[in-house]
Structure formats: C-alpha cells, structure tokens
Design a protein around this ligand. Structure first.
Ligand code: PMP
Length: 406
C-alpha cells in the first residue's frame, strides 16, 4: 500500500497555512496574530457555570438537538436582537461549533453534484465541507472598493446556474472584516427568492461589530426566513473558542434535515458547556459592550500604528481581523511577507491566499488577528511599524512613497 492514503478529492486540503504559521510562531517565539483566538478569558459567570455543571453531574449525553435551556436562550437572543422568531423545540439545533453546523447543513441540503455559491475569500472549512458533501463550489469575489471589501451584484447574479442550490454567506466576514449592509443583503435575498435558493449564513461574529455598525441577519429580510439556515456559536461571543458550542436556527423542515446528518457526525456533545452558555446568554449585553470596546480599541491601535508607518490597511467593520496590503511594505507575495515578518519583526500573520480557492488570488494580502491584550497589540504594532520603516528606507515600497509625496 502506498504511503499516500488520502483520497484524491481531499488532496487540496492537506496542508493548512494556519498550522504552518503557528509552528513558525512557536519556533521563533514571535507574537501570534495568526489564528483568531482571544488571549483573555470569557465572563467569570460563564466559567463558573461550566465548572458547576461539571461538578453537579451534567456530564452525560445531552439530547440530540441540545439541552432545552440553551435552545430557549438562543430563541430569546434571536428574537430580542433581530426580531426573528424560532421555536426552541423544532427550529433550533445545537452543534459542535459552527464548523459542524456548516458541514452538516451543506451535506443535508445540497445534493451531490449541485452547486454552492460562496464569496471568496472564505473561511477555510467551507471548501472542505462542500467537498465532503460531494457538492461543487462556485465563487464570487469580494474586492476592495475604497478599502472596504464588497461584491459586484452583477457578478453574483451571473454565478447562478441551473445547478445552484445554496448560497453560503458569512457576515461579519472573515478575513475581510466587512459587515454586509442591508442593501448588500437585499441583493443576495432577491437572488435567493428569484432562483429559489437556500441561504446558509455563518454569523459567528454577529456581536463583534464596531463604530456603531449593526449586524443584520439575512433571515430577517422579506421572504428569507423560510429559506435561510442561520448559524452562530458561543466561541467568539464569549471568548471560549475551544468549547465548540454552536447552533443552527431555521425553518423546521431545514433544521430537521440538518439534525438527521448531525446525528451521525457527533450525535451530541459538550453538555456542561451547553448549560454554561445557556446561563449567560440572557445577560450578554454588558459583557458584549465591553468586548466590542476592547476589540475596537485593539483594531484602532494596530491600524493606526501600521498606517502611520506606511502600511496600507483595509477597513474593518467587525470580526477579529484586519487585512493589510503586502505591496505597501515592498512585497508582492503575502506568504513571503509572513515568513519574513515572523523572523525579522517577531510577528506572525496569515497570508490571505489561504482563504482563496485560487492561491494566486489574494496573494498580495495578509491578515492580522487583533483579539489580543492591549500590551500584546501595542508591541506587535510597534514591531510591524519598525519593519515597514526598514523596508521603506531600502526604497522598496512604491505605494507608500507615492502617497507620501502626494
Ligand atoms: N466561521 C468563521 C467565519 C470563523 O472564523 C470560524 C472560527 N474561526 C468558524 C466559523 C468556526 O466556528 P466554531 O469554532 O464555532 O466551529
């Protein structure tokens, strides 16, 4: 038997740049602004609720759809934040993070050979989830317009074929930081209604929006509730990315289909964590106001320090992520820049090509995660500014020089 036992359709997913960059951070001792996980704890009440749940014997299988307390808390949150009603018994399903929800949703709702429309760049699990389902991916590019990434509605409309079954929408968006506006969502909704498409939305950063911008769920638009599966999770909302408590909300027939697939992926899990999230979700507001303030301050420090040093940064309306243009510090290739940054500046970032099906696309961009403490962000920003200064002194950054002389 050959050593290479991986089936060919997964060959393209073999190595991830995330693992490579994390290894580089560990090897060099660089500050890791690569993978998006916070370096501070979630609310104390959440952590103690989990400990209490473990110690009070909440340790066996939860019901397949999730513990009723959590489903009720999710229904309350969706209703009070967005006015979208869900029946906790039939229209909500708890999953092993948003990742399982996305994979189960595609497998349950998209027949093999049919197409899923995704906006590129996209979170790396989407491609693998579509492949796992035997479905096909069609991409629509997000491109910067005045430094904010958006799509061309005509390009979106042209991507629909008779085989298109679903559109997968992530807002707030990783890695671009775009929060789709009601007008942008209306284009997507109109297309879904016109072609009778399913929408699957990834809203894991729903609460992490800045500068007064508000997240709008696609399901809240006219005619969308009956065709949209809304996915979110507790990881980003409460700084517990390792807990993997996610959920799916949608019409009964769609949620039942996802439940059928999910049943044989993991069945159910994370009982004490489900109880803990149920206990704090109703009291989320003060925690979230504080979290948003801390994250937007970190974004500002990073963006402002980098911009003053000649980096070109893109707009960031939400999420943990800020993208920058490698060309502004004299590089054409984000991978080469990330390797040099780890060694010469002591900061690890992710090349945005990791979020593209076509590795040549997004080649000039890199992504920083700013979900870190103020001291870590300040140090990283200073190092990145110093790196830019060195590059500019060597006369390697035409974009910056052109701007400075303008
Ligand atoms: N979707 C997006 C856009 C993400 O950025 C992430 C986490 N980085 C996930 C889904 C995964 O969520 P979870 O950890 O709940 O599976």
């Amino acid at each position: 038997m050959s050593d290479d036992v991986l089936v060919p359709r997964f060959a393209a997913f073999r190595s991830t740049i995330f693992a490579e960059m994390t290894a580089l951070a560990n090897r060099t001792g660089a500050i890791n602004l690569g993978q998006g996980f916070p370096d501070s704890e979630g609310p104390a009440e959440l952590l103690s609720a989990a400990a209490v749940a473990v110690l009070s014997g909440r340790n066996q299988y939860p019901p397949l759809p999730g513990v009723p307390e959590l489903r009720t808390a999710i229904a309350e949150q969706r209703w009070s934040d967005y006015g979208t009603p869900y029946d906790p018994d039939t229209e909500i399903l708890v999953t092993a993070g948003a990742t399982e929800a996305i994979a189960a949703a595609i497998a349950a709702l998209v027949p093999a050979g049919d197409e899923v429309l995704v906006f590129e760049p996209y979170y790396d699990s989407y491609g693998a989830a579509i492949t796992l389902a035997g479905a096909r991916r069609r991409t629509v590019r997000l491109r910067p317009e005045n430094d904010r990434f958006t799509f061309d509605p005509e390009e979106l409309a042209a991507a629909v074929t008779p085989r298109t079954r679903a559109v997968l929408v992530n807002t707030p968006h990783n890695p671009t930081g775009t929060v789709l506006t009601p007008a942008e969502l209306a284009h997507i909704a109109e297309l879904c209604r016109r072609h009778d498409l399913i929408a699957i939305t990834d809203e894991v950063y729903e609460h992490l929006t800045y500068d007064g911008i508000r997240h709008v769920p696609l399901a809240s638009l006219p005619g969308m509730a009956e065709r949209t599966l809304t996915i979110s999770s507790a990881g980003k909302t409460f700084n517990v990315t390792g807990w993997k408590v996610g959920w799916v909300c949608g019409p009964q027939r769609m949620v039942a289909a996802v439940r059928t697939v999910k049943q044989y992926l993991t069945f159910a899990g994370g009982t004490p964590f489900q109880y803990a999230v149920a206990a704090v979700l109703p009291d989320r507001r003060r925690w979230l106001d504080d979290l948003r303030a801390r994250l937007s301050a970190a974004r500002d420090t990073l963006r402002d320090t980098l911009t003053s040093a000649g980096w070109r940064c893109f707009s960031c309306e939400g999420t943990y992520f800020l993208q920058a243009d490698a060309r502004s510090v004299g590089y054409r290739d984000g991978i080469a820049l990330c390797q040099d940054l780890a060694i010469e500046a002591g900061v690890v970032a992710i090349p945005s090509s990791a979020f593209h099906a076509d590795p040549a696309a997004g080649q000039e961009l890199i992504r920083f995660a700013f979900c870190k403490s103020p001291a870590v962000i300040a140090t990283a920003a200073k190092r990145l500014a110093g790196f830019a200064d060195t590059q500019h002194e060597e006369g390697m950054a035409p974009w910056w020089l052109a701007r400075r002389s303008a």
